[in-house]
Ligand binder design. Sequence first.
Ligand code: ADP
Ligand code: MG
Length: 391
Amino acid sequence: NELSPLNPSAAGTWLGVMGGGQLGRMFAHAAQQMGFKVAVLEPAFDCPAGHAADQLHSADYTDVEALTKLASQCAAVTTEFENVSAKSLAFLAESTFVAPSASCVSIAQDRMAEKRFFIECAITSGVFPASHKEINSAADIDAVPDDLLPGILKTVRMGYDGKGQVRVKTRAELHAAYGGMDGVACVLEKMLPLAYEISVLAARGADGKAVVYPIAENVHRDGILFTTTVPGPNIGKKSAEKAQAATLAVIEQMGYVGVLCIEFFVLTDGSLVVNEMAPRPHNSGHYTIDACVTSQFAQQARAMARLPLGDVRQHSAAAMLNILGDIWFAGDSDEAREPAWDQVLALPGANLHLYGKDTARRARKMGHITFVAATVAEAQANLRQACAILG
Ligand code: ADP
Ligand code: MG
């Protein structure tokens, strides 16, 4: 029975991951800690997850031979790369257990499908996405209602870290922005007055049992996550519960298996808007490694293995700082120098996670540091000190 629990202590129970980035690396660490062997499929030979995994299959994500190998080797396969071809996941699912499923991943890969799904769920959750309109032609732009401007034009597919987005004030700017999108499907969203941003991490097992983590508050810089603080210091109890319930509604209505993260906006009037979801562990959930009983990566391994999901309880307040390649470069200098890790690690509650990437580049995610403390204020104070040290 493919839905019976896997045995982590049996020699050679393999879990597979599509994607060789840092999410795959941290997944490998967690799954190996439980006794599983981990195989990664990723085109690059040198990749963060490849260094940690028991085996790396270097092949294209659509390579039938490599997919066949992975499926026969692994008792379950997941993805850490959001834009993996849904067809590849469906192909794997013909011969092994795949979580999350191709159909769930394909909803999250398409901003329009995602918004349609959120609207369906809003009937029970009461949390809607931003007003929006799909843009596939100049005529669509002429039909945009005035009140969607100013707005943000986003590509329907493949967007991440603020890429594939243009902010537009006027219809003329919208025409120009769409003209620069190479004819790909886009969506215009109304620009909303954000007070702050949160994300909610949840997981659901193959048995249908779901768990939800505390509210994480996120600060972005240049479209990339900069810090995550948990529990979110700004959100009230009612809104927190509403966002958690909305996340559970989505994960349940999708019949999702595995870890999922949903980003929300909290507007200046206090209302909640659902933004987007990631069908995988999320950067804003990295704090769970150091501050929760069960990390998002251990949770993913449990869900894949049809083992009971773990306790989501947060035992320490946490503030996570993303480490981008920028801190290797002083000012405008092109010459890389090593950050002062010794000084950062002298700060109370510091947990350093580096992803084993050899070359630092500006805007490249190199690692993160999670500060754990008795209070959020303390964790944040240590994070601010780290920022001062790292520059
Ligand atoms: P990505 O896939 O790049 O994370 P998002 O849809 O999350 O794309 O947008 C990136 C950031 O842009 C958000 O975190 C938020 O700060 C801002 N943003 C996105 N959509 C809106 C909107 N409708 N109104 C105001 N700000 C937005
Ligand atoms: Mg986002």
